[in-house]
Design a protein around this ligand. Structure first.
Ligand code: ADP
Ligand code: TRP
Length: 343
């Protein structure tokens, strides 16, 4: 059984790209019996950007609720909030004492901040030590595999390096994890055609209420094809998004596009042929309908978790208890190796 561990930063309600590209695949992986999954909300990492306290609370809840809504089973997966596991920051300090400055000087997150012109006064020690905390997240649980995006690869290498150096000096204390860099998960386009990303303000959030979703979808720019004329599926985000959400819908939707009719089979002396026209407005409705249908249960569950924050809190606390049990065993080893404990 392989132990898989992933951290998620609480950066707000996940969008469709996050749900299809990251959450659902991870939930699926967690259901496999040859895997044991650890999933946590990396709220301590968020502090490096000094978020507004209310926003941090809300975003932590939104992220936890989304994962649970997408089918994460908290009985099978160890699901917790990083800040509920004090063993992690403790290990982080310990690791920082054997982490050479040279290794951290090369870290992208810190270098990028400096490159953008941040002064030594504006960059906090937390940002500098970000990779150390991340190493602690991973090493505290003897993780075998850490699935990460390309942008986190360097952090993983720092983790491996930190584990090896510690082991060299103090014996085989840490398990050196392997990175699993997700190769080509499908990229979901955003409402403006670029990659869907919260940095582009082009997201569709399937946990929003229908009115909000409709407003977003309505804003998608379309060409001036006259109503009733065939529509082009090429480079059309409405088409791509509807098919990404409901792959089975592709053939019938493609027919609607190429015929410009809602029901291409409908023939005969229609008095009001135009009622059967399929135009951009209908393509937009199709997308909304696809999102509402596919995520009906998830949306229901999301509403439940966000309106019952106490239950959510209980769920995460329970997860943290399980997590601490594992982390404690690793810390026992670490402390013994360092001479911090009596045995
Ligand atoms: P964002 O680009 O909105 O800031 P993140 O970088 O926080 O998103 O990504 C979180 C996770 O969601 C990552 O695993 C990433 O691969 C996945 N993801 C983000 N955007 C997309 C997208 N448009 N299509 C597929 N997966 C995505
Ligand atoms: N740094 C990761 C990110 O920005 C989040 C993260 C924190 C993480 N700790 C982790 C990911 C441990 C994997 C393993 O997305």
């Amino acid at each position: 059984v392989k132990r898989v561990l992933t951290g998620i930063k609480p950066t707000g309600v996940p969008h469709l790209g996050n749900v299809l590209g990251a959450i659902l695949p991870a939930v699926e992986l967690a259901q496999r019996s040859d895997h044991e999954s650890f999933l946590f909300i990396a709220d301590l990492h968020s502090l490096t950007v000094r978020p507004d306290p209310e926003a941090l609370r809300a975003q932590t809840r939104a992220v936890a609720a989304s994962w649970l809504a997408c089918g994460l089973d908290p009985e099978r997966v160890v699901f917790y909030r990083q800040s509920d596991v004090p063993e992690i920051p403790k290990l982080s300090w310990i690791l920082s004492c054997s982490m050479p400055l040279g290794l951290l000087n090369r870290a992208h997150s810190f270098k990028d901040a400096l490159a953008k012109g941040a002064t030594a006064d504006e960059v906090n020690v937390g940002l500098y030590a970000y990779p150390v905390l991340m190493a602690a997240d991973i090493l505290a649980f003897d993780a075998d595999l850490v699935p990460v995006g390309k942008d986190q690869k360097q952090h993983l290498e720092i983790t491996q390096e930190a584990a090896r150096r510690f082991n060299l000096r103090y014996g085989e204390v840490f398990k050196v994890p392997d990175a699993v860099v997700d190769a080509d998960v499908m990229t979901i386009p955003g409402l403006d055609g670029r990659k869907m990303s919260k940095s582009y303000d082009n997201t569709l959030v399937v946990f929003d209420d229908e009115k909000t979703m409709w407003k977003r979808i309505k804003s998608v720019a379309t060409d001036s094809t006259p109503y009733g004329e065939p529509l082009s599926t090429e480079d059309d985000v409405l088409f791509q998004l509807t098919c990404a959400i409901q792959p089975d819908r592709r053939p019938s939707l493609a027919r609607q596009y190429t015929t410009g009719r809602k029901n291409p089979e409908l023939s005969g002396p229609e008095r009001d042929e135009s009622a059967n026209y399929f135009g951009w407005g209908d393509a937009k409705k199709a997308l909304l309908q696809a999102a509402v249908e596919r995520f009906a249960e998830a949306r229901e569950r999301y509403r439940h978790w966000t309106t019952h924050p106490d239950e959510l809190e209980d769920c995460l606390r329970h997860g943290a208890e399980k997590a601490r049990h594992f982390a404690r065993a690793v810390l026992d080893r670490v402390e013994a190796s360092l001479g911090l404990s009596w045995i």
